[in-house]
Design a protein around this ligand. Structure first.
Ligand code: HEC
Ligand code: HEC
Length: 608
């Protein structure tokens, strides 16, 4: 699709089609035009519905009326509250940053220590570090708003540690305060009975990305990502890689490149940002109300599809050359210098159909300063089958929803498990439910020193992720010997891509016997070979289209200006940054002038 087409707001294009239909009707049979016009109209209605949902301020509801609406935990009341710079769907400044707290170190001494002691100790700091599966994790996304008064007290006690200035919306007031918040240590020391607990944590943030042109990014194929990675293999400094998701797909969206499709991101954003539970993603659970569950979804699949259609239809950012001849000349020279010093190796100008994207959509290690304890997904280079385990699970509760409970951790990246006799062996997890099943055959170094009287956790600086084991997704159905009395039900859960075995469905046989469910699973494991890299410092190259209108910059909005953003490149970007800094002043500003020609879509209604 060409840029000039995408630059037009879709509404305009549609109007032309409708007017054209009757005119064409005079020389062509009406039927040839009719269905197309009707399709167009349907598409347009869907986009319009999606726009309304994107702009809607969601109210909270009494759960007795069906669902609980907004929240209870939420970062804002609408999508547009954060996504608005340069028009509906744009980026947001630092005031709308999402925040998470990451534990770098934790020590417990004073008595015999087991998992319960670890969980109890961390709950005093914030109960959110114990996830819904009962595991202690080292990162927690603290929602800006909502929750019980007790939740608010926990949030306030953490926030009191961070001396930066925060806005009403929840994020720091500007880029400077982002940096301030980033570097302030959050410490917690407590005595709980005979136990002494010490925690050292920090705040990590995510800046709101613009969504213009995201429909085109959604069309970039996995093959293209692999080709882009291959093109960098011979480069001395730069080695981008795609993220492999738990289901085998590649990620293209989000700062960590950890979400495969626009629709998946929409699902997650509804749940994580606005507290709207979807049929696939649960809303974040208030850890001070652990028993509470939203009775049903807050937003339907059809509404998610409409919002996705709206985002897909957002025009791509445009290129606006300045009228003034001198600036125009400098900008064009800057574009050449941009390629000359090597910016374009990562910020690839065109990735079809996203012309003018300026990104490879790959992950790069950007150096220690860019660390965030929610790690990127690994890159699985090879898999080998291992063994087969039979297992029987007996439970009394009937599972009615099948969604992955990894949502709260996977949205901003993974997390590290800090407790659990099993999980102790695996310092790196995607927060996947399969995690629990991995441990019996996982052999890996640990980041937890766990002796009977001394517990010490340090975030894994270099996670040892050369290999991991996951379920292949080829769990096969087996009949049970027990007599079945009430009901037998087979649930087939499509696994998007089986990693090794080629079988691609997961079948769980559920037999109900006097209210007792017996689940018999046969589980295949594969050994996963992961490219070793520093998962906490890897970021997806952000597309630079529209960059003039999306300040502040970098994943957390720590850079107020384009120049600051460039000078903050490190790791794989260090060589290019130095070549940039060594340019003459006029060459450097030519590159900046070039980037200032990359603007939010023209003719696009601004709201702010
Ligand atoms: C509190 C502010 C906030 C709200 C509200 C919000 N978002 Fe976002 N959005 C973000 C942030 C922050 C990111 C980047 C997250 C990341 O990558 O870690 C983001 C990223 C995205 C992306 C990924 C774009 C890309 O560049 O890869 C999509 C799609 C998205 N949001 C859609 C939505 C939708 C739909 C809603 C409403 C249901 C919504 N957002 C509500 C802050 C917000
Ligand atoms: C190794 C790959 C790589 C190279 C080379 C590179 N960048 Fe980047 N760039 C990135 C990544 C990754 C980020 C995001 C880092 C983060 O969020 O912490 C980024 C962020 C940016 C941003 C901020 C964009 C935003 O939306 O926040 C700008 C501007 C930018 N780069 C410009 C440049 C320029 C100009 C050059 C050449 C001097 C350059 N980059 C070279 C990978 C690269």
């Amino acid at each position: 699709m060409t840029k000039s087409f995408m630059r037009q707001p879709l509404a305009t294009i549609f109007t032309i089609t409708v007017i054209a239909a009757p005119i064409l009707g005079t020389c062509k049979p009406v039927t040839a035009v009719g269905p197309n016009a009707i399709d167009q109209q349907r598409i347009q209605q869907r986009i319009q519905q999606g726009k309304e949902l994107f702009e809607r301020e969601w109210p909270s509801r009494n759960p007795r009326l069906g669902s609980d609406g907004l929240g209870p935990l939420h970062n804002a009341k609408s999508c547009v509250a954060c996504h608005h710079q340069g028009g509906v769907g744009g980026s947001g400044d630092a005031r709308f940053n999402a925040k998470s707290i990451g534990i770098e170190k934790m020590r417990i001494t004073g008595g015999h220590i087991n998992d319960d002691v670890v969980a109890k100790s961390i709950r005093g700091f914030h109960p959110g570090f114990v996830d819904s599966a009962g595991r202690v994790v080292n990162t927690y996304a603290v929602s800006h708003h909502g929750g019980t008064p007790m939740f608010a007290r926990f949030r306030d006690s953490i926030m009191r540690n961070v001396a930066a200035e925060f806005s009403e919306a929840g994020g720091p007031v500007n880029a400077e305060e982002v940096r301030h918040a980033n570097s302030t240590p959050i410490t917690y020391a407590a005595q709980n009975g005979k136990y002494k607990i010490f925690i050292h944590a920090r705040m990590f943030q995510r800046n709101t990305t613009p969504l213009f042109g995201s429909g085109l990014i959604d069309q970039v194929t996995w093959k293209q990502l692999k080709e882009l990675a291959r093109a960098q293999e011979k480069h001395p400094e730069i080695s981008g890689r795609p993220a492999t998701l738990p289901d085998g797909r590649y990620g293209r969206f989000g700062w960590r490149g950890n979400v495969a499709t626009l629709q998946d991101f929409c699902d997650q954003a509804c749940a994580a940002e606005v507290g709207l539970e979807t049929s696939r993603k649960p809303q974040p659970i208030d850890p001070t109300l652990p028993g509470y569950r939203n009775p049903t979804s807050d937003i339907s699949d059809n509404q998610i599809r409409s919002m996705t259609a709206f985002m897909s239809a957002l025009p791509a950012p445009s290129r606006r050359l300045p009228q003034d001849l001198e600036t125009r000349h400098a900008a064009l020279r800057g574009e050449q210098l941009f390629a000359f010093v090597g910016c374009a190796v990562c910020h690839v100008p065109n990735v079809a159909p996203a012309q003018g994207l300026y990104s490879d959509l790959l992950l790069h290690d950007m150096g220690y300063e860019s660390i965030d304890l929610n790690p990127a997904d690994p890159y699985i280079t090879r898999t080998t089958p291992v063994s087969r385990i039979n297992r029987r699970v007996t439970t009394n509760s009937v599972e009615t929803k099948f969604y992955d409970d990894a949502m709260t951790t996977v949205y901003y990246g993974g997390t590290s498990v800090m407790s659990g006799a099993k999980s102790r062996n695996s310092s790196f997890s995607r927060g996947s439910t399969a995690m629990m099943d991995l441990s019996p055959i996982t052999r890996r170094q640990t980041n937890i020193r766990y002796t009977p009287y001394n517990y010490e956790f340090r975030y894994p600086q270099q996670p040892n992720t050369l290999m991991r084991f996951v379920l292949t997704g080829s769990q096969s159905k087996r009949s049970t010997n027990k007599t079945q009395t009430n009901r037998t039900e087979s649930k087939k859960i499509a696994q998007n891509q089986s990693l090794a075995s080629g079988k691609d469905t997961l079948t769980v046989d559920i037999t109900e016997q006097n209210n007792e469910i017996i689940e018999t699973r046969q589980i295949d494991y594969v050994r996963i070979h992961i490219e070793p890299t520093n998962h906490m410092q890897e970021w997806r190259t952000p597309p630079l289209w529209g960059v003039r209108d999306s300040a502040p910059y970098m994943h957390d909005g720590r850079a107020a200006t384009l120049l600051e953003a460039i000078s903050m490149h490190d790791g794989e970007g260090a060589g290019t940054r130095d070549r940039f800094l060594n340019l003459s002043h006029s060459d450097r500003s030519a590159i900046i002038k070039f980037m200032e020609t990359l603007t939010a879509p023209a003719n696009f209604s601004r709201t702010k």
